[in-house]
Design a protein around this ligand. Sequence first.
Ligand SMILES: [Zn+2]
Length: 415
Amino acid sequence: MNNQNVIKKRSKAYTLCYIAVAVLTVLIVGCIVAAIVIGTLNTGVNPTEYSLKINGEETDALKNENGTVMVNIDKLTELLDLTKSGEAATPKYSNSLGDYVKFVNGESYAYVRDAFSASEMKVNLPAAVTANRETCLVPLDTVSAIFSGISVTVDGPSISINRRLVTGSTTKYEKVEIRAKSSDPLSMVLELTPIMEQYEKFLNPADRDAFLILANKENPLGSSYAPDDLVDLKSMEGYGDEQIVNDGAPNSQMRLYAANALKAMILQLRSEEYVNIFAQSGYRTYEYQENLFEKYVAEEMEKDSSLTRAEAEEIVLTYSAKPGTSEHQTGLCIDLIDDRYNTLENPFTKKLGMEWLAENAWKFGFILRYPEGAEDITGYSYESWHFRYVGRYHAERITALGITLEEYLEDYYGK
Ligand SMILES: [Zn+2]
C-alpha cells in the first residue's frame, strides 16, 4: 500500500468521524430541546404554588401534580371527624354516621358508602390517588364532591377548607357526611325559579325534625288533636295571582309551613305547564273525619243491604281512615286534584302532573305518602294525589330511598 492510498483512507475515516459526531450532536441537542419542550408541557408553563388553610390554619397538605391540585386527606381527618383504617395502599376514611370513602393507590376511582345507600358505590376521580403510610393525596375536587358539611373555597392560589358552622342557640359544626353523589338516585339539581327564594325557609325548615309527626291506624292523633298554626290556602292566593284551591274544595287549611311549601310547589307546577292541579283537601278536623266515615259506611250499606255495620266499616277502612287516625288531621298533607277530571282516582291523576310531583315534590318538602305496593306498611292503597309535608331534608332522603314514612322513622331516622 502506498502513502497516498493511506492518506486517502485516513481522510475518508476522518470524514466519517465528523459526520458521526455531527449526527450525534444534532441528536443530543434535539433530545435536550425535546426534553425541555415536553418537560415544559408536562409541568405546566407556569407551575402555580398553592397554599391551603384548613379552618384558618396554614398547612402543607397540598401538592400541585401536573396541574391537578391534590390534597393530603390525612391532614383533614381531624377537621372532618374521620377515622382512618385499612392498608397503606387502600386507606379507608369513615365517620360516625357509618359513611366511608376508600381510596386505592394509583387509581382514579374511590369506593363510597353513605348511610343511606344499600351498597358501596364506585366513584370516578379526576386524577389518580397517591397513597402510602403517611399521606393519601386525592384530587381537591374529590373533597368537595364527596364530603358535605364543609366548604372548599378556591381564590386564585389560596385555597381554604372549612367545616360549616350551624348557628342556633349554640354554635356547632355541621355533621360531615360522605355521599356518593354520582350514584344518588336523585341526581336532579335543585333548580327552582327565583320566585322560590321567599319560600325557601318553608321548604327547608330550620327545625328540620319538627314535622315528622306520624299519624296512621296504629298511631291515632286522638279526638282533641288540633294544630295551632293553621292558615287558609285561599289567603295565599294573593301573590302571583294564582288560584291554588279548587273551586268547591272542602278543606282549604294547612299548617303554616306546609301551606307555604304547597304554594311554592303549585307555582313551580304552573311554570312546568301543569296548570290544572289544585288543592282539594287539606286539614280535616276530628269531627269532619267522623262525619265522612259515617257517610261512607251508610253508602256501603246502601250499595249492599246484606252487609252488617261491622262489615261495612271494614270495607270503608280500606279507603278511609277511622276518625282520629287520618293524616289529614296533622294539617301537613294535601290531596291534589286535576280540575279537568275533578276526581281522586289514580288512573286520572297519575298521568297528569302527579307523576312529575312524585319525582319532584321532595324539593318542596313533600313526599308521596301512600306509594304503590306499600299498602302493607302504610295501611292505605296507592294514592297518587296525597302528598305529605315533612320538610326537604327528610323528604329528599325518603324519596331517594324509595320508602315510606313508617319505614324511614323506624329504620333510618335518628340512626
Ligand atoms: Zn289524602
